[in-house]
Ligand binder design. Sequence first.
Ligand SMILES: *Cc1c(COP(=O)(O)O)cnc(C)c1O
Length: 216
Amino acid sequence: MLNKILQQLEPTHTKLIAVSKTHPAERVMELYNQGQRIFGENKVQELTAKYEALPKDIEWHLIGHLQTNKVKYIAAFVSCIQSVDSLKLLAEIDKQASKNGRVIDCLLQFHVAEEETKFGLDETEASELLQSAAFLDMKNVRITGVMGMATFTDDLMQVRREFQHLKKIFDNLKNRFFGDQPSFKEISMGMSGDYQLAVEEGSTMVRVGTLLFGVR
Ligand SMILES: *Cc1c(COP(=O)(O)O)cnc(C)c1O
C-alpha cells in the first residue's frame, strides 16, 4: 500500500505523512524499513514515547490539538507542529523552541469543514495573528504553511469545496504576508478517504493513517 500511495503522489511531489497514532512502534518500524521517514501523531504522550523508542532520523509531525502546557515535552525533537490554532500556542512554541536552541516549523490550522466540531482558525483570526507585534517578535518559529481537515462525509463535492477553500486561504496569506518567503509553501490536506481529491486541489502534504496501518 505504501508504494501504491507513493506512486500516486510522485507526479505532484506531494509528501506523505504516515499517521501512526494508536499503532505500536513495531508497525512504524515496518514502514520505516520500507523507506518511510515522516510520521504523524496526534497526542503528545504517544508522540514522545514513539520518538524515544524509534530511530532518530524519523521526522515527527504533531497533527492533533496541542495544549500549551504540553509543548515543552516535544520542543526538543518535533519537526513540524501542524495544529497551530492560536497566538498563545505559537508564543509557547517559540519560547520552548528558544530554550532548545531550535526553530520549529509550524502550520496554521484552519477550520474549513462545514461541521462544527473541528479546531482551527478562520482567515480573519490568522491575519490578526500574523500582524501582531507578538508574532513579529518571534524568532524560533517558522510558519511554513496551512493545514485543514475536510468534513467527514460521502459528499465529495463538499470535500472538494473545503479543500479549495483552504487552497484559497493559503494563496491569500502567501500574497499578503509571505510573498518573500519561499519556505511558506505547504498545504497539508487529505487523509485516507480523500487524499486523491486533496492532491487534485493542490495539497503538498497528505496525512494518511488507516490506508497504511489498517483501522484503529
Ligand atoms: C487521524 C488523522 C489523520 C489520518 O486519518 P486516516 O483517515 O486514518 O487516514 C489525518 N489527519 C489528522 C489531523 C488526524 O487526526
